[in-house]
Design a protein around this ligand. Structure first.
Ligand code: BES
Ligand code: ZN
Ligand code: ZN
Length: 462
């Protein structure tokens, strides 16, 4: 969707006015707009129509930013079959979330439809008032593009996005922005002895990749980099411990949503020229029960020498992330954050409305993350990270085992990961909010792009 500066001569077919609705409630109607027909009037908006076109009034006051994003969504869908353009007026503070919701609603994953949906009119352009300056517009467009990229990556099935193709997509996204992208191939991963990533990949015929994306702008404020790690399991069958319940595999093309979030945020940091040195690490593979698949009972020597007894091949995310976490040590980072669709336990605990976060970084870091969560409505809930949970991960025959007890699985998984990283650490289990089975306002359906806006705002405020 295009965002354009308002041209006074412009006579758009729809006008969106963010103002107080009481006026129309009293039957007065807005100035210079003779109300022929009040089509619909809700708590937060009203649609009016006359021979000049459509006018949409949005209630200005006391609504949260999120409510304005949702109004943006509703209005997008109302307008999309009626007009091609809209002119917008209103208070700036509410215009930005409104526009964000409007723009994020325009996502459509129609890549595989031979007959693309044809709308009567495609609502594709918004004329903004001067208060929305070119910087705001650029940021809104960049945010939308990054979220849509992450949604595309999640929505692409493994038939079209294996580990190598995913790495290629990351490189194509970031290289033009001056981000250095290195894709380590299987031979290099073998030479580095990344036992976790290699073991998960054993049942696959597609090779794994380990992608390193480094953004180091001139004048960056942090002496030691921030490392972002994303789980890049392009498809998770569970491996030999095949996913047991019918349907539980249906959305497993989304098992790289953590990686998509991290790369989307890094892309935004680069586009918006955030002065931070950031390195993203993406271990990627599919997890399959092929001929030579790793098995329950296997003992794996990880990249840092730790031995892990595999007791469930479906707990593959931690195997590949562990190698990336210990690889990050070479950067002597000031902070390591991972985002991973790691456990069903996280989804069962809090559903799709937030990610679960935990770790040993300072409270200040969590406060900033929570603040970014409220700002973007990509919320996070902090869980405990007590040492007792680590007991669950002890093996009789190796340093660790890859599954814990029956309860609190999202935390024992986090404690497993923590042993592989020395720097201050935040683990984000994003299994819930990155995928929706049913459409939910501007977040859409299937891949939501969750985490892109959260991590971008976290970095921006850092
Ligand atoms: N990718 C899954 C977690 C998941 C489940 C993500 C549902 C999104 C929706 C992960 O690899 C997994 O299978 N985890 C296991 C771990 C268990 C075997 C310890 C789980 O949560 O069941
Ligand atoms: Zn799994
Ligand atoms: Zn998985």
């Amino acid at each position: 969707m295009l965002l354009k500066q308002r041209n006074n001569k412009k006579n758009s077919k729809a006008i969106i006015l963010i103002q107080n609705l009481k006026k129309i409630a009293k039957g007065k109607g807005p100035d210079k707009f003779l109300v022929d027909e009040l089509i619909e009037s809700g708590e937060s908006w009203a649609y009016l129509k006359n021979e000049n076109g459509i006018k949409i009034l949005v209630k200005e006051n006391d609504m949260t930013d999120e409510a304005f994003r949702i109004v943006g969504h509703d209005i997008f869908h109302f307008l999309k079959e009626k007009v091609a353009e809209a002119d917008i007026e209103g208070a700036k503070a509410k215009l930005l979330p409104f526009l964000e919701g409007l723009m994020l609603s325009s996502y459509l994953f129609d890549r595989f439809l031979t007959k693309k949906p044809s709308l009567k009119v495609k609502f594709n352009c918004v004329y903004c008032p001067e208060e929305i300056n070119s910087l705001h517009k650029e940021e809104l467009i960049n945010v939308t593009d990054a979220v849509f990229w992450a949604r595309d990556m999640v929505n692409l099935p493994v038939s079209h996005l294996n580990a190598e193709q995913f790495s290629q997509q990351i490189s194509e996204l970031l290289s033009p922005l001056g981000v250095r992208v290195d894709i380590l191939e299987k031979s290099k991963i073998e030479a580095l002895k990344m036992g976790g990533l290699l073991s998960v990949n054993k049942g696959s015929i597609d090779p794994p990749t380990f992608t390193i994306a480094e953004y180091k702008p001139e004048g960056h404020k942090n002496k030691k980099p921030i490392i972002l790690i994303g789980k890049g399991v392009v498809y998770d069958t569970g491996g030999l411990s095949l996913k047991p319940t019918p349907g539980s595999m249906d959305c497993m093309k989304s098992d790289m949503a953590g990686a998509a979030a991290v790369i989307g945020a890094l892309c935004l940091a680069a586009k918006q020229k955030i002065k931070l040195h950031i390195v993203a690490l993406i271990p990627a593979t599919d997890n399959r029960p092929g001929m030579n698949a790793y098995t329950p009972g296997d003992v794996i020597t990880m990249f840092n020498g730790t031995t892990v007894e595999v007791l469930n091949t479906d707990a593959e995310g931690r195997m590949i992330l562990a190698d990336a976490l210990s690889y990050s040590e070479k950067y002597k980072p000031e902070l390591v954050i991972d985002a991973a669709t790691l456990t069903g336990a996280a989804v069962r605990a809090i559903g799709t409305h937030a990610a679960i976060v935990m770790g040993n970084a300072k409270d200040e870091v969590f406060d900033k993350l929570e603040k970014a969560g409220v700002q973007t409505h990509e919320r996070v809930v902090r869980f405990p990270f007590w040492e007792e949970y680590k007991e669950d991960m002890k093996s009789k025959i190796a340093d660790l085992k890859n599954i814990g007890g029956p309860n609190g699985g999202m935390i024992s998984a986090g404690k497993f990961l923590e042993t592989f990283v020395k720097a201050p650490y935040v683990h984000m289990d994003v299994a819930g909010p990155t995928w929706l089975d049913a459409k939910e306002n501007y977040k859409g359906v299937s891949g939501t792009g969750y985490g892109v806006r959260l991590l971008y705002h976290f970095l921006k405020n850092y």
